[in-house]
Design a protein around this ligand. Structure first.
Ligand code: SF4
Length: 183
């Protein structure tokens, strides 16, 4: 069952305790991924998730103290070496509890590498908008968002990029977060 708005807002406020200039990741950067968004993509796997969906495939990413702290500048340098990618996708863990760091990386790949940017989140776009702050700023820097928690009872392996029917693939207007199209 989905959390109430109040519970979701408390969870999204559990921002990862990461020093300025760093991001906590759960795995090395990936390249040439074709299953987490359109085209050939780099993937950044974030660590920390307060949502705890039943049936989550990556429960080892929930812990706020696990994973590896990496300098954002080192992430940028590594991404710059990836050739021929169409975009970057943020996966989790929950990227929106590290929204400030994710936005800095999103802006970098768009402006310096010319890539588009997608993110997964277990929150809905509406909760992120209600929360505001860095989370909403990060959302406004995206081209697409796959939103909503994984719900085991709604599991459907035929969906593009999504695990359960409640999740949406939202194509967004850059800079405003407006929904252009829903899949
Ligand atoms: S939001 Fe994602 S990482 Fe977090 S528990 Fe749900 S499926 Fe797992």
């Amino acid at each position: 069952m989905a959390d109430s708005l109040e519970v979701s807002l408390k969870k999204i406020a559990q921002v990862a305790d990461v020093p300025d200039g760093y991001i906590r990741v759960s795995a090395p950067l990936e390249r040439e991924n074709i299953v987490n968004g359109d085209g050939l993509r780099a993937v950044l796997w974030t660590q920390s998730c307060p949502i705890h969906c039943m049936g989550c495939q990556n429960p080892e990413t929930w812990d706020y103290k696990a994973g590896t702290l990496v300098k954002i500048e080192d992430i940028k340098k590594e991404l710059s070496k990836f050739k021929g990618q169409d975009g970057l996708t943020f996966c989790g863990g929950e990227p929106f509890v590290q929204a400030k760091a994710c936005k800095e990386i999103a802006d970098f790949v768009r402006e310096e590498l010319g890539w588009n940017v997608w993110s997964f989140t277990g929150f809905t776009r509406e909760i992120i908008k209600e929360h505001g702050g860095d989370a909403w700023e990060f959302l406004k820097s995206l081209d697409a968002l796959i939103d909503g928690p994984f719900v085991l009872a709604e599991r459907d392996l035929s969906l593009r990029y999504r695990g359960s029917r409640n999740q949406r693939l939202l194509h967004l207007e850059l800079g405003t977060g407006k929904v252009l199209r829903i899949e």
